[in-house]
Design a binder for this molecule. Structure first.
Ligand SMILES: C[S@@+](CC[C@H](N)C(=O)[O-])C[C@H]1O[C@@H](n2cnc3c(N)ncnc32)[C@H](O)[C@@H]1O
Length: 218
């Protein structure tokens, strides 16, 4: 969407009314220069926006993996222009992102937990869970299972790196075996590592017990 255009810097957004940015400006703000790393691509943010637009008002959003905040800025501008609360867990807070957000007056508009997703104490329901830390099955599947008990009815779960990273792809397959999830948005293949977003239809697909006498020796 913004490809080919000159990228803005975070400073260009200073003094802006973040409660009324257009989708195009939200994307430009999210991918703006001025921090050391880039995260999601514009087409991935558009897919995420399609899923966000399906949420009921006042959602609780939890992001796992902040880095320099491409997805954080996109999710934050969603809650500021709609409604809701944004929480973000990151074990290695990036100073440049922190400084830029303080400068823009945005750091106190969401909550960052400098912590490990696997061991943090969590409480409270989640309507939108973005899984975007590391890429092994243990990370993506582990984080789904870690926060699954907090997912509200019809919560939306986004898996970043969903197309090109085998660990995340396999994690999604296993989640599909655990719970009934329906894909509601996805970024085109070939753009970044890809994002796929699912709505939780039902927890626990079924629990089948084998009779003890039919269990083979292992
Ligand atoms: C791919 S980056 C996140 C990108 C970000 N969502 C964006 O769009 O800019 C992954 C981040 O997850 C963090 N991370 C990895 N494992 C983690 C864990 N177990 N707990 C918390 N953060 C973790 C890393 O420090 C890194 O900053």
């Amino acid at each position: 969407m913004t490809e080919g255009n000159e990228k803005k810097t975070l400073l260009d957004f200073k003094g802006m009314d973040f409660t009324s940015l257009s989708l195009e400006d939200r994307i430009a703000f999210s991918v703006a220069q001025g921090v050391s790393e880039t995260g999601m691509q514009p087409d991935e943010l558009i897919a995420m926006n399609d899923a966000l637009s399906m949420l009921e008002p006042n959602p609780t959003i939890l992001e796992l993996g902040q880095c320099t905040g491409t997805s954080t800025r996109f999710l934050l501008t969603y809650v500021l222009s709609h409604s809701g609360t944004l929480h973000s867990i990151e074990q290695n807070l990036r100073r440049d992102f922190f400084d830029a957000m303080v400068d823009l007056g945005l750091w106190d508009k969401f909550t960052t937990y400098v912590n490990n997703t696997q061991t943090i104490h969590w409480q409270g329901g989640i309507d939108f869970l973005l899984i975007d830390t590391e890429h092994t099955i243990a990370d993506a599947l582990g984080e789904y299972c870690r926060f699954r008990g907090f997912l509200n009815k019809h919560a939306i779960i986004g898996f970043h790196d969903a197309w090109e990273i085998p660990g995340v792809r396999r994690a999604i397959e296993i989640v599909q075996e655990i719970d009934e999830i329906k894909e509601i948005a996805r970024s085109p293949r070939g753009v970044g590592f890809g994002i796929r977003l699912f709505k939780l239809m039902e927890k626990n697909k079924g629990c089948y017990h084998q009779r003890p006498e039919s269990i083979e020796e292992m």
